[in-house]
Design a protein around this ligand. Sequence first.
Ligand code: HEM
Length: 543
Amino acid sequence: MTILAANVLGQAVLALGLAALAVFFFLRRNENGKDHLPLPPGPRGLPLLGNLPFLEPNLHHYFAGLAKSYGPVFRLRLGCKPVTVVSSPSAAREVFKDQDVPFANHDVPAAIRFHRGTSPDIFWSPYGPTWRMLRKIAASHVLNAGSIEAAAPFRRREVRLVVAAVWEMAVAGKAMDLRDTLFQMALNTTTKMLWGERVNVEEGKEFQRAIREVIDHVIKPNVADFYPVLAPLDPQGLGRRYKRINEWIDGYLNRIVQSRIKEMADKEVKKKAKDPLETLLKHMQAGDPQLSSFRVADLRNLFAVVLEVYNGKIFQEEGLIELIGGTIEGNSLGIIGASTDSNTTTIEWVMAELLYEPDRMRKAQQELDTVVGKDRVVEESDIPQLRYLGAVLKETLRLHSPSPLLVPRRTSSNCTAGGFSIPAGTAVIINAWAIHRDPSRWEDPEEFKPERFLPEGREQCEFLGGNEFGYLPFGAGRRACPGMALAERLMLFSLASLLHSFEWLLPEGAHLELADTFGIALRKTEPLVVVPKARLGKPELYA
Ligand code: HEM
């Protein structure tokens, strides 16, 4: 009896043990992701700190170096935060196409989570109904082809102001740093397009200061990002500061929205809305079901995001920049001169590359002389014929993407990439900088060769690589940048006007360097200082 009981007990213990083992392996399998795939390899970190102490200032270079040792999908731990870095076109395809939905959340920094908790915006909303509604509204009422077209006169006016400002420098024979002028142009073009007004000088200064503070605060290393358990306490007060600054921006936009609501009530409103602000208000007032859950606060958020994205690219890399020693320099003109704007940075890179290779500068100018001639100024309608310039821009965005690590994503469920499992809740960084230099995808990847985008026999300059995820300056998948068409239009128009109107030289004895510094936007380490020289005979073409 005792022997029998012992046997039964032994069998029960064995069965329980086996069951426990099965549960253990089942749970591990779920934790590790699908199909028993291993976690990606990666460098060992320190207890508690993980890999934080080993990060280097130029994160895009540092990650590219790690990819050489650990492969195109590797894993890090920053404090408590698991991070996976993806550096090949095929793994990027898995993220942006094959498993687009579980990778479709942006990884929201703690300071923004603290502030935006109840008031989501398109950029930080998790993938779901609210994001879908905001994205649809942005695509159909703000960044749609009609609004972009309707804003052509504003772009023309702002670009002509830039040309006039450069002309003054040319007449005075002075060297200039283009950043400030271009930044102002981008800001005013955006606000004119959204609500029909330039940023006035007084409010503009406040506005610039506020956005600059937003940037400073979002990029500050925030312990709450690396130890999420601390996030609700906002230990460094960054969330609270960020909230206060945003209240100012919110107030600014609120005044604009409220004054338009009043104007629409007082005056007879024309059938055709004059800008996206009026379009949206009209739709809201008319009870458009697409906007049924859209509130004035959402409208302000939408505009704030468009402005912030356009002018600050504030949304990257979650506080890593200062932590690892990078700095965001400002100058006397505040945010306008903060040089963080993707648009400004890209134009500056184009000019630097063309100054470095004067033959290519001449080729772009010859194309302009053929298409436009020298008796009139460039118009937006000339752009489709400027194939070479289009290729120059695309090649510049390949080598100098303003967002070298795009905007980190966060997995909403267990996923896979490159044959590894990526558990739910992992931050996923796509190293576009490395992908744009992948030798298996790009011939002579380090060389500036616009011709690669001009295949023989094709009418239009091509975005080669888009489908195979080797070319990602605007991200990809359902969260890809909805401002791409607008950004391209403005960049090409301003570039064409600057190259058509002026010869560009380096100041006597200046040395041109093409080194980049990782920051809010990937920018030249040294600002580009150039000497413009008028190239059109008629002074009235500079007015
Ligand atoms: C050179 C200029 C620009 C570059 C390089 C750029 C790049 C990017 C990138 C890399 C993303 C993240 C994409 C992803 O997660 O896959 C993004 C998102 C976004 N961009 Fe842009 N962008 C530019 C200009 C603009 C402009 C002009 C606007 C609007 C006026 C804009 C609006 C947005 C918005 C709203 C998002 C968030 C989309 C979402 O989460 O669904 N961008 N951009």
